[in-house]
Design a protein. Structure first.
Ligand SMILES: Cc1cc2nc3c(=O)[nH]c(=O)nc-3n(C[C@H](O)[C@H](O)[C@H](O)COP(=O)(O)OP(=O)(O)OC[C@H]3O[C@@H](n4cnc5c(N)ncnc54)[C@H](O)[C@@H]3O)c2cc1C
Length: 404
């Protein structure tokens, strides 16, 4: 098979990889994206997009057409306990126009990003193609091997292949896994009960906390948290037992749980962890998105950060191409730009996880009191802004786009 030669080989066509590919292709660079999946119906991923990510995708002309396939706006994030609202994160108080949480299936975003990438002659998409090895010379990454024999050679390889990154593993970069949440999430959808609420809620009715929000096609998405590795024990007791627990956790939907959860196939167990690669660059290689830093669902940050990574990497990669320098030192400037943002967000997510999910008598007494105090402080408002927008200094460098 003939080798492909390109400027940038992006491994992984998720939010990080396709956003970066579009930015580079628009700037006149040659880009090949290698994606193992043939469809957009990939392993389940969350679908809440924060305002910062919405703004960047809108500027790229991707958000509006993606939204046209179906999306749902949420105005508030609510933390509730026994029917009482402890925290009301009201996004309408943030500066517009993207002052909402947007529930939008990832396939809508990815389809639109890819369609726009295809408008550029220098773009190639190798779908249904898995990276199996790196091409290296003297410690420098020069390309990837796909499947058995397809080789893609590039000025720089970008690993955007998610939290179990094969590229990271092939490059011998260790990754840390932080069980910060000590929870797994059982994910299921039910049909909505008439009205379609515009709040993302974490609540406790009976038992473990539940995340709930309206998804597209008038469905409500639920995430029932349970102690890490606790599901197997539960599953051994049968579906009827699990449904009993779910009815107690979400009493308002007891009938629908009875009618619509009819087999284990209606439930998905999600492995929730955060963590990251110990280094994000090597000579000829850059990691972005979840492959560099992994995020769980708390605070809906992963897609936002992945898109911002792509926007931050875009000018640096173009400069490295112009200078014909893909050394670790050159690519390491990305780490300087992003590491602080990611560390800050990890700290915020850890606080959110503890505030929302911690159990026990002390927590249930302290949480409501603490929430009332915290919600009134400027610190809380600053935190909400940070969660919503991330680093607002990360802007698309449209002046780098090729003319005509
Ligand atoms: C349960 C759960 C819920 C979440 N909810 C939210 C949420 O509501 N909002 C939010 O912002 N974030 C959420 N996240 C996090 C978010 O999904 C990720 O942070 C985000 O998808 C990261 O984007 P990415 O492009 O870096 O990686 P990914 O989206 O994981 O994309 C990686 C791509 O690489 C491809 N790939 C993998 N290996 C190879 C290979 N060897 N060769 C070729 N291709 C390969 C995969 O098929 C995939 O398309 C959630 C995460 C979990 C686990």
């Amino acid at each position: 098979m003939t080798d492909i030669r390109t400027d940038f080989c992006v491994v992984g066509g998720g939010p990080a990889g396709l956003t970066l590919a579009l930015l580079l292709a628009r700037s006149g660079a040659r880009v090949a994206v290698v994606e193992r999946s043939r469809s957009f119906e990939r392993e389940y991923r969350g679908e809440i997009l924060q305002p910062g990510g919405q703004a960047l995708l809108a500027e790229l002309g991707v958000l509006a057409p993606a939204r046209a396939h179906g999306a749902h706006e949420h105005h508030r994030f609510l933390l509730e306990e026994n029917g009482k609202v402890l925290i009301n994160g009201d996004y309408r108080r943030l500066p517009g126009p993207f002052n909402c949480l947007l529930s939008i299936p990832q396939r809508h975003l990815l389809r639109e990003l890819l369609a726009q990438c295809h408008e550029y002659a220098g773009f190639q998409y190798l779908s249904g193609t898995k990276v199996t090895a790196l091409v290296e010379d003297g410690g420098r990454v020069q390309g990837v091997v796909c499947g058995d024999d397809q080789v893609v050679l590039a000025h720089c390889v970008i690993g955007a292949d998610g939290r179990y990154s094969k590229v990271r593993q092939l490059a011998g970069i260790p990754a840390d896994r932080v069980e910060g949440f000590r929870q797994d999430v059982l994910w299921f959808k039910l049909s909505a009960d008439g009205e379609l609420p515009s709040d993302v809620r974490v609540f406790r009715a009976g038992g473990n906390p539940v995340l709930a929000y309206t998804s597209v096609r008038d469905r409500v998405q639920f995430g029932w948290t349970l102690p890490h590795k606790g599901y197997q024990l539960l599953a051994q007791q049968g579906l009827a037992h699990i449904k009993e627990q779910l009815r107690a956790a979400v009493p308002g939907y007891a009938d629908r749980i009875d009618e619509e959860i009819t087999s284990f196939r209606d439930l998905s167990l999600l492995d929730v962890f955060s963590g990251g690669a110990r280094q994000w660059v090597r000579d000829g290689l850059l990691l972005i998105g979840d492959s560099a830093h992994t995020h769980g669902p708390i605070g809906a940050q992963g897609i936002n950060l992945a898109i911002q990574d792509a926007v931050a990497a875009h000018p640096l990669l173009l400069e490295s191409l112009r200078a014909n320098d893909s050394s670790g030192a050159m690519l390491g400037r990305f780490v300087t730009v992003r590491k602080r943002d990611i560390d800050r967000m990890n700290r915020i997510q850890a606080v959110q996880g503890k505030a929302m999910l911690s159990a026990g008598r002390v927590s249930s007494v302290v949480r409501p009191r603490l929430a009332i105090v915290v919600a009134r402080t400027p610190l809380y408002r600053a935190m909400l802004r940070q969660i919503a927008f991330g680093n607002t200094g990360i802007r698309i460098r449209t002046e780098l786009f090729a003319r005509g």
